[in-house]
Design a protein around this ligand. Sequence first.
Ligand SMILES: [Ca+2]
Ligand SMILES: [Ca+2]
Length: 301
Amino acid sequence: MPYRLARLRGYVPWLLFVIGTAGCSVSDPAEVTKEPSPPTDGLSEALSFHASFDHGPTADFARGDAQIYTAPKYDQLDQASPGIGDPDISIENNAGRVGSALKFNRSYKRALFYRSEKNLAYSTENWVGTISFWLNLNPDEDLEPGYCDPIQVTDSAYNDAAIWVDFSQDPPRDFRLGVFGDLEVWNPQKVSPNDNPDFMNRLVAVTRPPFKRGSWTQVVITYAGLNSEAGGTARLYLDGRLQGTAEGIQEPFTWDLPRSTIRLGINYVGLFDELAIFDRALGDEEVRILHQLEGGVAALY
Ligand SMILES: [Ca+2]
Ligand SMILES: [Ca+2]
């Protein structure tokens, strides 16, 4: 190829670029017809687990095991069997935020869970993620005495490398987010939680939360930077609105992955629907979009 022509060809893309940016009619047709990306694209890619309870308790979408399990207790996972093994828990047809819902008729004494491995992107370095679900209950009238954790993810206990929300035990019940790493690090003296400022000050507590029987309230937990040198942050949202942030979570979260579980409805009485887990911390705007999704989380895949 003659030198001159080669040089000219080298200029052609630049020439088109300059013309294009000058606003002339010369432009790439693909560019003109391209629709803006729907704002849910990022949510779809980050989704790692979704249980709609519309077709039974098995998750509709799961990077790991979609099966639900019941065990006698959470520390007896070797005795777990597939399915809902408790007559007080059922699928209530067409009673959900979308479709059907999981119904806890009264507080049960067994352990109901999904396995966390791959469904929830645990990491030993900079662990990040989001957990979203919907509740329908009157906490002060429907719950039985004691604390109630609608969700809890851990490999051992609420105070040992765990993320959870709970209703406090005395009416009017508060709704609280707890994110606590390895017990031996954050609470080596094993001080009881209510007497422990390290516990109480970490909680994100909502007084007079908006839950009602007969209507649905969305709960979203986001977390980032757990198991990082910079420290972790966790946020609690209700119905798409930020309620509070826990910051400076320094202690490690050490999980034995095969023993880690997504625990459902601990001491809970009411309806539960649309459990979704994402592999990164969604931002405020994404949480708002998730809250507004028509057709629920299934619209993402
Ligand atoms: Ca549903
Ligand atoms: Ca542990």
